[in-house]
Every structure is written in C-alpha cells, then in structure tokens.
Design a protein around this ligand. Sequence first.
Ligand SMILES: NC(=O)c1ccc[n+]([C@@H]2O[C@H](COP(=O)([O-])OP(=O)(O)OC[C@H]3O[C@@H](n4cnc5c(N)ncnc54)[C@H](O)[C@@H]3O)[C@@H](O)[C@H]2O)c1
Length: 353
Amino acid sequence: MAKQWRCAVVGTGMVGEWHVKTVPHVPATTLVAVCDVATERAKAALEKNKLVGVPIYTDQAEMLRKEQIDVVHICTPSGGHMKPAIMAMEAGKNVICEKPMEIQLDRIDRMIEVAGQCGVRLAGIFQNRWNPANRAIRDAAAAGRFGRFAWAGCFTQWYRTDEYYRDGGWRGTWKLDGGGAIMNQSVHAIDLLQWIVGPVKQVSAYASSRIHAEIEVEDTLSCALQFANGGFGTIVGTTAMYPGIPMRIEVGGENGTAVSENGLKMFKFRDERAGDKELVELVNRKRGSSTGSGASAADVPLDMHGMNIRAILDAWGEGRDAETCGTEARKAVAIVLAMYESAKKNGEAVEVK
Ligand SMILES: NC(=O)c1ccc[n+]([C@@H]2O[C@H](COP(=O)([O-])OP(=O)(O)OC[C@H]3O[C@@H](n4cnc5c(N)ncnc54)[C@H](O)[C@@H]3O)[C@@H](O)[C@H]2O)c1
C-alpha cells in the first residue's frame, strides 16, 4: 500500500490557504493540523474549504509536540521560512517550503544542512515546472532538440497594486520579501529558465522601483546574462506594468525555438517529430483555468500546486529526493541575488554563486 502522508500547514494566509485546499485532494495525504500566529486566518482557511475537525495552533512547537505529522508545509513570509522549517526538521518532520525557499543563500544552505543532519527531506514549491508547456520545452531541451542554445529569456511583466504591498506588512521589504518583483514574482520564471537551459554563469542588471513609491525594493528589473553553456539570455521582471501580461519563456538555438506563454505559442524544431503537433494541441487545450495575465496575486491555477506536492511525495515515497529538492530550489535564488548585487553596482557583471 502507498505511504500515507499526514500534512500540516504553517502560515495560512493567501498561499497557505491554497495548501489547505490542495492537500486533501492529493492522493494518500491527510491534512492533520494548521498553524498561524493569527488564529482567525487559520479558521478562515479551514472554513473557506469546508474542512471541519482540523486542529488549529498558534504555536508551531506545540503543534509538533501534540500531532502526528509527516510533512510540514511552510507558507510563512519568504524571509521567515528558515526558522519554522528548521523547527519542523529538528522535530523529525519532512518539509515542503513555498518559493523562494529563503531569501539568502546561507539560510538555504543551513536548511539543506539540517535536513541532512536530521535524516528528513526538504523540497520547495516551483509549481510552474508542472505547467505542461514549460515541461514540453524542458523535455525538448533535455533531448538536445535545440542544438546549441543561442539565447533564452524569461519575462514576468505583471502588475501589483500599492494595496498588495501594504497587505500583510512584509511584502516589498528587504527583511521579509528579500526583494521585490524579482525575488517574489519572477523567481518562478527564473527557475524555469535555468531548469530548461542550464546554469547561469553571470548577470548584468538594472533595477529600481518605477511606480511603487512606498516600497524599498525593486518593482522592475532588466538583466542581460550569459549561461554556462555559452548562450546569452535576458530576464525581465516587473510588477509595474498595468494590467500585466502572461509570463513568457523563450528558448532558441541552432535547431529549434520554443515559446511558452499561457500555452505553447511556438514549438518548432528542425527534426520535426511525429507527435509534436498533437503535443502542442494537447498542451493548449489543457491550459490552466488562470488567465495567466499576472493581474493579481490570486490569479494562479492551483492544479499545478497539487502536481508539485504529489511529485514531491511520490519521490519521497520511493526513497529519493524530489525534483524541487533544497539544492534545486536554491538555484533560482542564487541568480536573483547575483542580479541584485549587479544592480547595486549599476549593471556591473556579477558571477552567480
Ligand atoms: N507558489 C506561488 O505561486 C506563491 C504565490 C504567492 C506567494 N507565495 C509564497 O508564499 C509565502 C507566503 O505568501 P502569502 O502571500 O501567503 O503571505 P500572507 O501574508 O498572505 O500569509 C503569511 C501567513 O503566515 C503567517 N505567519 C507568519 N509568521 C508565522 C509563524 N512564525 N508561524 C505561523 N504563521 C505565521 C501570517 O500570520 C500569515 O497568515 C511567501 O514565501 C510567498 O513568496 C508563493
């Protein structure tokens, strides 16, 4: 019989509520407890999803002592992931952590180290890897169908209101958001870019807050980069482009070009294969319910979260690390931090650590 996973969610704000909603629909999982420093948020998340009898805690340590838990889902503000994750791992629990895994590399490294020391598993959420258009491009890249990469780019040109940044008291702060449009929103596309094309060697970026006067971090960043394989690339991220357009990934090389934008906009290879046309049709038919326009923080198709969580638990059940394990989730954050360092130095080239 497949392993049964008893899951608890820590932080039941906007994204924690998605985990509360999603966990009961992932095969072989049960939601056994929720924890939020604000009880009313935990109550609201359960009520919204008509979940009764799930215990609510305001103190994570108490929850870990009292409940039988296999997996703790960390959905607290980004710069507050390490502490609850380490507390859970030191109590012998596996951890699934929302993106970005943390906002500094030394904190992510510490989380990875503790997972190893405690003999538990750690994985991050990067649900866009389960978007079929992105996965089709990644599969084509892994099969070598692009040949030598020439250029690849990711574009997260979204819009967020001033209210979005005020809500929660942590968004748009260096301390808890760890950055702005790039660390919070574009980190998804940056993960996809490096997952598809390979490691980024160096970056050169410009950033500032163009329209959100109240935030201390960037709402817009533009970056030129070089991949370790020699190809060039571009990263653009903003929350200042009203009304926002869908996230786009473009990849091209000597033998093919592909574009993911709310489906597969282009998927053309010199070695056209039987099945390519059907794949494009299938992917475009199966597009998520989201418009993908990035017009609001809640405009995210939740089916990919379920697929990401399921893939993590399936891997763990088979005794292997998840595709989005700690070291993998670290990569996008390393690129983001290199871009911030470059932007601080007015576009000077910075190597990705
Ligand atoms: N995967 C995605 O598409 C996606 C989308 C948005 C946000 N996120 C990530 O999810 C995380 C949370 O974002 P959000 O928008 O849900 O924030 P939020 O402010 O809506 O919710 C955070 C919740 O955590 C609670 N909290 C804070 N510290 C706590 C602690 N120590 N113990 C228990 N509860 C605590 C707060 O009371 C709040 O309810 C962030 O890291 C963010 O980057 C992921």
